[in-house]
Design a protein around this ligand. Structure first.
Ligand SMILES: Cc1cc2nc3c(=O)[nH]c(=O)nc-3n(C[C@H](O)[C@H](O)[C@H](O)COP(=O)(O)OP(=O)(O)OC[C@H]3O[C@@H](n4cnc5c(N)ncnc54)[C@H](O)[C@@H]3O)c2cc1C
Length: 464
């Protein structure tokens, strides 16, 4: 059977193909029973499709041999790491073999003079952060899932996090990649150097490709000096507009906080029913601002930020290990949100910072038309807003209602010159919206690029 067969999603591997696979890999690197394969059929996006088989290579050579064979046989390969992506980007929806990259999980080197790390794709993001921290170095990308997700998954989704406003996203730290292409060829893009402008920037092309262009088997990452001190400021205001005005004021004064979070009225009210809040009930919005650097600089920044927030209803700051209780409030939004409904439809849109208030008010208006509770909050520093519509999926017609509401929301975001995804990516979940963003011309070029890398469409087919 071939990947371009119309009916391939109903197919599996033939006996001959199974035999060939067993020759390529040791038996313990193969999962073939339905029980073993089950969990590899879904990810945090919630869709499911049973893989034909699961392979767990440990070496680059094994990846090359699988990719060579899979191309000859036209068998789809779906790269996968910890499956925390929330857009169904590694579900084998057209059938095929899931390739788990988790056994390639070594930090190969950390260079204190070059400020680089060379890692395999299955390294857990948090473990890399801890390993380099021990050498006084800093790997900044910090998706909220960092204790579980991997560098390979982060690169393939260009994951961002709380500190993106100051430090950027995963792609800003990828200096070079080792990638196995369909057919089995191993290529290297970029490398250990911090600057590199020879030819097309294929490293950037592979970042965020959601496993559609090649299997990442190694990465050179840029590191920074570890900031020695940090502090967090929590401020709440009577009105949202005051909070947003404070954001503008802080940036206009030339300050770049390490993290800058925004929680409007609905979020505060949802939290107040869940935990004890440190502000008056009348609060209309809150900001969480983190600053980092040397101790002296941080103290200076705290004084400056506090002076800009003199009109806040509540203002507090916390240093070093004492910051946790403030960040805990931010983390509690997720569990607290389920007070509003047992199911969640979650998006991660991005708008120009100047249009955040318009976006929040517009999304609120759309949700109101559909009688759906909504929580809009997030990384105000870079305009990246999380939009959570809460609902009860067991009510007849509700899922359709949510999907219409979501469609209108994404349309509004595009009208505001925004992006339908700031960090989670496309996967199957946002694929239907690709004709609106990036649009037909860019899509045509993207299809052409896919053909160059993967002429027989075996790698994560049907994605992007
Ligand atoms: C609670 C929670 C919080 C989250 N918070 C954030 C957040 O703050 N910011 C954010 O950006 N995201 C966040 N996410 C989404 C998710 O964690 C990220 O998308 C993450 O980068 C996925 O990493 P993973 O290791 O789980 O990869 P997977 O989900 O397994 O894979 C992601 C994509 O990468 C591809 N892939 C995986 N490994 C390879 C490889 N070696 N070569 C080629 N392609 C590969 C897969 O095919 C898939 O398309 C969150 C998710 C959850 C559940």
């Amino acid at each position: 059977m071939r990947a371009d067969d119309k009916n391939r999603k109903f197919s599996g591997l033939s006996k001959v193909q199974l035999k060939a696979l067993k020759r390529i890999l040791p038996l313990d690197a193969l999962l073939l029973t339905p029980q073993e394969k089950l969990i590899y059929g879904s990810d945090a996006g919630g869709r499911f499709a049973m893989p034909w088989a699961v392979v767990r290579p440990q070496t680059v050579d094994q990846v090359q041999r699988i990719m060579h064979w899979a191309e000859q046989e036209r068998i789809p390969i779906i790269p996968r790491a910890r499956a925390t992506n929330v857009v169904s980007a590694c579900v084998p929806h057209m059938g095929g073999i899931v390739m788990s990259c988790l056994k390639m999980n070594r930090i190969l080197s950390v260079d204190q003079r070059d400020f680089t790390a060379h890692v395999q794709p299955g390294v857990i993001t948090y473990e890399l952060q801890q390993a380099v921290r021990g050498k006084n170095l800093f790997y900044p990308p910090d998706p909220a899932s960092l204790r579980v997700c991997t560098i390979g998954g982060n690169i393939s989704t260009n994951a961002g996090g709380m500190h993106a406003v100051k430090y950027g996203v995963t792609g800003d730290y990828v200096l070079g990649l080792e990638v196995v292409l369909p057919g089995g060829e191993l290529i290297r893009t970029g490398g250990r150097v911090h600057k590199n402008v020879v030819g097309y920037d294929l490293t950037s092309l592979l970042v965020g490709a959601e496993g559609t262009l090649g299997v990442i088997v190694g990465a050179w990452l840029k590191l920074l000096p570890l900031p020695s001190f940090s502090a967090t400021i929590l401020a709440c205001f009577a009105e949202e507009a005051q909070a947003i005005a404070a954001v503008d004021k802080i940036f206009a004064a030339g300050m770049l906080p390490a993290a800058f979070e925004f929680m409007p009225a609905e979020v505060l009210s949802c939290l107040s029913g869940y935990t004890k809040m440190p502000w008056p009930e009348s609060a209309g919005a809150a900001l969480i601002i983190q600053v980092d650097g040397t101790e002296a600089k941080v103290e200076q920044d705290i004084s400056f930020v506090s002076s800009q927030l003199a009109h806040a209803l509540h203002l507090e700051n916390a240093r070093q290990n004492e910051q946790e209780h403030i960040w805990e409030l931010r983390r509690l939004i997720n569990p607290a949100s389920f007070r509003l409904g047992p199911d969640k439809c979650s998006d991660d849109v991005c708008v120009p910072r100047s249009r955040i208030l318009e976006a929040v008010e517009g999304i609120r208006g759309i949700a109101c038309e559909y009688s759906l509770p909504v929580l809009v909050f997030g990384h105000v520093g870079d305009g990246n807003l999380h939009v959570n519509f809460m609902y009860d999926g067991s009510i007849k017609g509700m899922k359709n209602q949510v999907s219409r509401c979501r469609r209108e929301t994404l349309r509004l975001v595009l009208e505001l010159d925004g992006s339908i995804s700031g960090e989670h990516g496309v996967g199957l979940s946002k694929k239907p919206f690709l004709t609106s963003q990036p649009g037909p011309g860019v899509l045509r070029l993207m299809r052409g690029i896919k053909k160059v890398f993967d002429p027989h469409n075996i790698l994560n087919p049907g994605m992007l």
